[in-house]
Design a protein around this ligand. Structure first.
Ligand SMILES: Nc1ncnc2c1ncn2[C@@H]1O[C@H](COP(=O)(O)OP(=O)(O)O)[C@@H](O)[C@H]1O
Ligand SMILES: N[C@@H](CCC(=O)OP(=O)(O)O)C(=O)O
Length: 378
């Protein structure tokens, strides 16, 4: 049941709507100038895909970096919020102009949309923004989106364009999201600091062992959330059923490069609840067994999650996310599912009521030991 985790998944024939997010580091060179020839090669790739029938939506960063150079602002325009907002106002107009000209060279019309978090969270504005995007996609216009940095206050900022791109991908029901960056995917450690770091080609589930790989140091004003924000965006998107990839924008024709070779990190979209249940039922390799009392058996058969209070014994050294079997006191297998806890932590809370868990664990407890969404009756 593992989804096809190759670049083909993002091709026009498999993915009618694709959101592509381009990071600041790709748009602007070390001196703060626009990397025009690279962007033109990207636009050629974009044009090729649109001609092949794919609807593309671009989320493009870089306004602050570009504007800061033009205004001669220190720290890339990120010293204060006011600097970042002034820089964005200057840089955005240059970015928009670039997209307009570069897309027009291929016969397409650029459409600029600047969004804040409020626009996507307020129902009326969300519907309005979505309707605009839908209408644009019916035409030959290519939406180019950025955060509306110049008006966004701390409270209404998206904070980074990775998250904005994931939110837009959900709004337009995209099949895929490409996060294009200066790094060729997720590595086992930050490759800028550790030359032994290895690229991870595919990720089926984003959990704490995945997010723990992001090593970004300090975040900065108005974006550049580093790998952590890419993983948060990938989680949001994949949970909405959208295949996501972090891909390199270091080469010319970056979309062709991704399509051709073994590059990037591809994150699997979550399965539909029905498909997920049948996948869970088909899995054989349980890493542990939990015995539950008669009350818990009845609750499970009625479709409830397994709470720690109903557990009488735990066998095996499973980890969070591992498949475990749930049995009645007579040894009959009742259900199987994915554990929300490592075995040693589950042992600490077994037989105890949920209200006691916080004190036992010293951290916020999870909802259940096996949640009903991740469980199937046998
Ligand atoms: N585990 C990791 N794998 C890859 N890159 C990582 C990792 N941890 C941190 N990074 C850093 O994340 C950076 C990409 O994020 P960022 O600079 O915000 O990109 P963008 O401007 O494209 O949004 C990389 O250049 C790299 O230094
Ligand atoms: N909206 C900001 C960029 C924010 C952002 O997320 O930057 P990046 O992490 O480089 O994609 C700008 O246009 O400068």
């Amino acid at each position: 049941m593992v989804a096809d985790l190759t670049a083909a998944r993002f091709a026009p024939e498999h993915c009618p709507r694709l959101v592509i997010k381009i990071g600041s580091s790709l748009l602007v060179d070390d001196s703060g100038a626009l990397r025009e020839s690279w962007m033109q090669s990207l636009c050629a790739d974009i044009a090729e895909r649109i001609k092949a029938g794919q609807k593309l939506i671009i989320v493009c960063s870089g306004a602050i970096a570009l504007g800061a150079r033009r205004l001669g602002l220190a720290q890339g325009g990120r010293a204060t919020l006011a600097d970042a907002q002034a820089a964005a106002a200057v840089g955005q107009i240059a970015l928009s102009r670039f997209w307009q000209e570069a897309l027009s060279d291929h016969g397409f019309i650029a459409a600029q949309i600047l969004l804040t978090l409020d626009d996507m969270e307020d129902r009326r504005r969300y519907l309005n923004a979505t309707a605009t995007l839908e209408r644009l996609m019916e035409t030959q216009a290519v939406p180019v989106i950025n955060e509306n940095d110049s008006v966004a206050t701390e409270e209404i900022r998206f904070g980074d364009n990775d998250r904005l791109a994931a939110s837009v991908a959900q709004a337009v029901r995209a099949g895929g999201l490409l996060l294009m960056s200066d790094v060729d995917g997720l590595y086992t450690a930050n490759p800028a600091k550790d030359s032994a770091a290895k690229r991870i080609a595919t990720v089926e589930t984003i959990d704490s062992s995945t997010t723990g790989l992001a090593d970004d140091g300090e975040g900065s004003l108005m974006g550049t959330g580093g790998m952590a924000s890419k993983l948060a965006a990938a989680k949001l998107a994949t949970e909405a059923g959208i295949a996501t990839a972090i891909i390199s924008g270091r080469h010319d024709h970056p979309l062709q490069h991704f399509t051709k070779g073994d590059s990037g990190t591809i994150f699997a979209p979550s399965m539909s609840p029905k498909a997920r249940k049948s996948w869970l039922a088909s899995r054989q390799s349980a890493r542990g067994t939990i015995t539950v009392d008669d009350g818990a058996v009845r609750a499970l058969l009625n479709g409830a999650s397994l709470l720690a209070a109903g557990i009488t014994a735990i066998e095996g050294e499973f980890l969070r996310g591992d498949l475990i079997r749930l049995c009645g006191t007579n040894g009959t297998a009742i259900a199987q599912g994915l554990s929300e806890y490592d075995a040693d932590v589950a042992r600490k809370v077994m037989g105890r009521r949920s209200e006691e868990h916080q004190a036992i664990l010293g951290t916020t407890p999870r909802r259940a030991v096996v949640h009903r969404d991740h469980m199937v009756l046998l």
